[in-house]
Write a protein that binds this ligand. Sequence first.
Ligand code: FES
Length: 116
Amino acid sequence: PKTDSLEVTFVKADGQKVKARCKEGDSLLDVVVNNELDISGYGACEGTLTCSTCHVILSKEDYDRIPSKPLDDENDMLDLAFELTETSRLGCQIVMTKELNGLEVRLPSSVNDARG
Ligand code: FES
């Protein structure tokens, strides 16, 4: 079996850092779910691109090196995200690779569930 060889750090709005292990091919939503991370409201639509609660904020450098660029559906949903920034992505659309090992993402201070 594949081991969870990669690491991701989620930085909560209050500055608390939460480290999690994952494997290649896991989305950041998978990482949160598989590690049972306690992030309020995160991933409400289970990766179906209808909620924007999986919003994460990247450094410019990391934003530029994520291999999967945002598609229209993601951008439409991001427009509804709380505290949208220039380097925001949806965590369910970021897939972990070896190159992204050690990735650190910030979480906004609240979530906006676009499903109303
Ligand atoms: Fe809902 Fe990502 S989990 S858009």
